[in-house]
Design a protein around this ligand. Structure first.
Ligand SMILES: Cc1cc2nc3c(=O)[nH]c(=O)nc-3n(C[C@H](O)[C@H](O)[C@H](O)COP(=O)(O)OP(=O)(O)OC[C@H]3O[C@@H](n4cnc5c(N)ncnc54)[C@H](O)[C@@H]3O)c2cc1C
Length: 395
């Protein structure tokens, strides 16, 4: 259940592999994060595989890195095979520094990734940052990952949904799964539209995970809001001044901003005022507009034409997880770095169920909740305040 990139990527492989597949969604098909995200895709995971190396050892760390590289390739494959309308932009990915210690931090981090994986990433200081992101005095440093790409998210996920239907699967909208019960060697999945019998069940609900159908999952996942605005289209020269190489970009920090140029030369900027999902869109738009003008004062007279928001699924360790609860498989926990990884985890989980793939590395790190969390995230307000302070002092 769940018709985002995780669920649909699993469904297309299972249906093409000859399985009888039904995809249920609580809302409209593909109306979760997968159709409304920033479309920025690059290797690595939110926690950084360096943290996985240090906590779970080099074998798991390296395997997770390799998987994250495959996730970028899979998005390109999915776009080519199923979603020709989802334009891929080969502009790379730029991490941007705004605080005094950021250049040093980038040099240390990039040095580690170069040594471990031989990446071809470049660190730039104040003299060259304008080559990557221009028209701003806010950025003092950055690092550039050439393998980063941009994709048009709605085109990708709706193309995938069409391919799932083409492969013979059924997609059912406005049909939440409310419980699953073991029934012999399979399951009964309860929904308001009636019960379904299934041999295997996959939960792919990420930031929209609730206590239904698996209460234990809701205790391991925190939903956090992410919001986006876009400007009216700019003249091509003006948009190119800001993003000369068409790179996807984000600032270093916990309450970070992510930004890019869209194919029709709008400036897109995303982020959040605080961590709560369901913030007021007008207020979020005002906040993001203020941040955008802080970076690029020349955009002050541009109209904001769209604002929207959605939910990120955040596990406590910021590592994506695949596993089983009550016999049911699940894949989730991308923490805002999920366009490539959601597609990959769905694809790998389907490969495991078909008996074609070995266990994914994402099954190998224990997925733990916290004793103080029972699906009521009371800590979002204090955490937002703490993160804002840490971001300000550059920690
Ligand atoms: C505003 C925003 C910007 C983002 N930008 C980026 C970005 O630039 N790069 C990046 O890598 N990541 C980004 N992300 C994250 C990325 O979009 C997600 O990690 C990814 O799309 C998750 O896909 P998914 O299929 O697991 O979940 P989703 O696409 O969120 O789908 C989950 C689905 O589960 C359904 N559901 C929930 N409960 C049930 C139930 N009981 N029964 C049936 N269905 C149910 C929901 O209705 C929903 O449709 C962004 C996210 C947001 C919100």
């Amino acid at each position: 259940m769940g018709s985002g990139l995780t669920g649909l990527s699993a469904a297309v492989r299972l249906a093409e592999g000859g399985r009888s597949v039904v995809v249920l969604d609580r809302n409209e098909i593909a109306s979760g994060a997968s159709s409304i995200n920033g479309g920025m895709v690059s290797p690595d995971i939110k926690a950084g595989v360096r943290a996985v190396y240090e906590k779970h050892g080099p074998e798991i760390g390296r395997a997770m890195w390799d998987a994250s590289v495959r996730s970028v390739e899979l998005i390109i494959d999915h776009a080519k095979s199923y979603a020709l309308g989802a334009k891929i932009i080969n502009g790379g990915m730029t991490g941007l520094g705004t605080r005094p210690g950021d250049l040093k931090y980038f040099e240390t981090q990039v040095g580690w990734y170069r040594e471990q994986f031989g990446v071809d990433w470049e660190v730039v200081g104040p003299d060259r940052i304008g080559e990557l992101v221009g028209g701003s005095d806010s950025f003092n440093s950055g690092f550039y990952e050439p393998e980063g790409i941009g994709v048009q998210p709605a085109g990708l996920v709706f193309g995938l949904a069409e391919a799932v239907a083409h492969a013979g699967a059924r997609l059912v909208s406005n049909c939440p799964a409310t419980s699953t019960t073991l029934n012999g060697s399979g399951f009964i999945v309860a929904t308001p539209k009636g019960d379904l019998k299934a041999g295997q069940v996959i939960v792919a609900t990420n930031g929209y995970t609730t206590t239904e159908p698996i209460p234990a999952l809701a205790r391991k996942m925190v939903s956090i809001g992410s919001y986006i605005i876009v400007t009216e289209p700019l003249a091509e020269d003006e948009a190119k001044t800001i993003f000369p190489t068409n790179s996807m970009s984000y600032t270093r920090g916990r309450l970070l901003n992510y930004m890019r140029r869209t194919p029709d030369n709008r400036i897109l900027i995303g982020g959040r005022r605080n961590l709560h999902p369901g913030l007021d869109l007008e207020e979020s738009a005002q906040e993001l507009r203020g941040q955008m003008i802080g970076f690029w004062p020349s955009l002050a007279d541009k109209e904001i034409t769209h604002v929207w928001g959605g939910r990120l699924g955040v596990p406590f360790d910021l590592v994506p997880h695949m596993g089983q609860e009550d016999g049911v498989w699940y894949a989730m926990g991308y923490a805002g770095h999920g366009v490539g990884l959601s597609a990959l985890l769905g694809h790998e989980l389907a490969g495991m169920l078909l008996g074609e793939d070995p266990p994914s590395v994402f099954t190998k790190v224990p997925h733990k909740g916290r004793w103080y969390y029972r699906n009521r995230p009371w800590f979002l307000t204090p955490a937002s305040m703490l993160y804002r302070t840490l971001d300000r002092v550059g920690r």
